[in-house]
Design a protein around this ligand. Structure first.
Ligand SMILES: CC(C)(COP(=O)(O)OP(=O)(O)OC[C@H]1O[C@@H](n2cnc3c(N)ncnc32)[C@H](O)[C@@H]1OP(=O)(O)O)[C@@H](O)C(=O)NCCC(=O)NCCS
Length: 377
């Protein structure tokens, strides 16, 4: 194969980085599939634990496999007192995303010799790690709010545990259903988004799984990636009410500022996840503030579709996600950590696929544009 090494492709746009059969993004039609199932179907009422089975096994589980996955999540999420203490201490020092990144790295073993060929072990460790990431988000939320540690309860689903630990209250059936749908919705999004690509690059160096996921959390934290959900709701708070949207956005568009919740490298139609989140947001409206954020999001969508749609910029997953998180009483700082709790599954499954693919070290090249070799004398 001949490769043109003189042409730089910024952002590796359009360059395939893996062969994958986990999740498929159709940017033209506006669809997202996990192992061939649409995200619209899977967010109806498939538990997150069964999505783990689907992504790992390639098919939805029967009753026995489903029960097995639930048991693996329950067993796998256990943290030692020291791990809990580290996470609680980090929570008081830094943004929850960075606390999570460090706390996940601190889950790694004292050895650094992960067996690259033991694919079953990679799967089991990935399931346990996914369960632990959700638990850690809860631990960090409790510490950040000054609450004592109150860990997972026997029989509690992953969605219930994450939401209860973050909010400090017992979730209603609707809230648990919505939390589960959010976790399912963001569990994977092809192998080539920034976070998952990072996970694959770090996997290729034969790093430990905890290091893989910790690195991907760092990648997800940026406002061009996972951090946009936080930016979108902060913008809505600043806008205040639907009547202000037009004047507020006019200024932003004129200054060519990036509006969070809009635009995507792959989707040049409405992001299918945005439509699902919009449905969830509409189901959750109870209080005036929820109605207000929802109306602001609708108005932003209406106006920006007119102004930016022709340039291929459409709502992405983050336009309505803040409305749902707010309705679930989740603090703004925890929007992106929840995204991480969900995407940890996708990173872990991609890690296994990367290992199974032969795991060739990622080592691209550069185009030198600096000094020619020169002498000190
Ligand atoms: C997601 C994102 C990084 C993708 O960017 P990209 O594919 O690299 O697109 P580019 O940065 O090349 O942008 C192309 C053009 O669209 C504009 N654009 C992109 N996103 C925009 C947005 N959200 N609001 C306004 N203009 C936007 C850029 O300014 C650029 O304009 P120009 O050609 O006049 O310079 C980008 O759309 C963005 O920053 N969105 C806001 C953050 C966000 O919601 N992220 C979550 C993604 S799921």
């Amino acid at each position: 194969m001949t490769i043109d090494t003189s042409a730089l492709i910024p952002g590796l746009e359009g360059v395939p980085i893996a062969e994958s059969s986990i999740s498929q993004v159709d940017g033209v039609g506006g669809h997202l599939y996990y192992r061939g199932y649409s995200i619209e179907d899977l967010t109806q009422d498939t538990p997150f634990e069964e999505i783990a089975a689907l992504l790992y096994d390639g098919q939805l589980p029967d009753a026995a496999r489903s029960a097995e996955l639930k048991q693996k999540f329950e067993a796998g999420r256990a943290l030692t007192p020291a791990q809990i203490e580290i996470a609680r201490s980090l929570a008081t020092q830094t943004h929850p995303m960075f606390a999570l990144q460090a706390a996940v790295a601190a889950l790694a073993p004292k050895t650094n010799d992960f067996d690259q060929m033991d694919f079953d072990a990679a799967r089991e460790r990935g399931i346990a790690l996914t369960a632990k990431v959700g638990h850690l988000v809860g631990v960090i939320a409790q510490a950040a709010a000054g609450r004592p540690y109150d860990g997972p309860k026997p029989g509690e689903t992953h969605a219930h545990m994450v939401l209860r630990m973050i909010t400090g209250t017992e979730p209603s059936a609707l809230h648990e259903h919505t939390m589960n749908a959010l976790l399912v919705l963001q569990a994977d999004h092809s192998s080539a988004n920034v976070g998952t690509f990072t996970a694959r690059v770090v996997t290729s160096s034969r790093a430990e799984p905890e290091s893989v996921v910790s690195s991907a959390i760092g990648a997800l934290s940026g406002p061009a990636h996972g951090g946009a959900n936080e930016a979108a709701i902060r913008l809505f708070v600043e806008i205040g009410s639907p009547e202000n949207v037009e004047s507020f956005l006019a200024g932003m568009v004129e200054r060519r500022e990036r509006i969070p919740g809009f635009g995507h490298r792959i989707y040049h139609v409405k992001d299918p996840r945005s439509a699902v989140i919009q449905r969830l947001a509409a189901e959750m409206i109870v209080r005036d503030t929820e109605q207000n954020f929802y109306n602001i999001a609708l108005k932003v969508e209406e106006l920006l579709k007119e102004r930016l749609g022709a340039r291929g910029l459409w709502p992405n997953v983050d336009l309505f996600s803040g409305c749902v998180f707010h309705a679930l009483d989740i603090p703004i700082d925890f929007f992106t950590p929840i995204f991480a709790a969900s995407r940890a599954l996708g990173w872990a499954v991609n890690m296994k696929e990367q290992l199974e693919s032969g795991n060739r070290l990622f080592r691209p090249t550069q185009i030198w544009n600096g000094e020619a070799p020169r002498s000190l004398s």
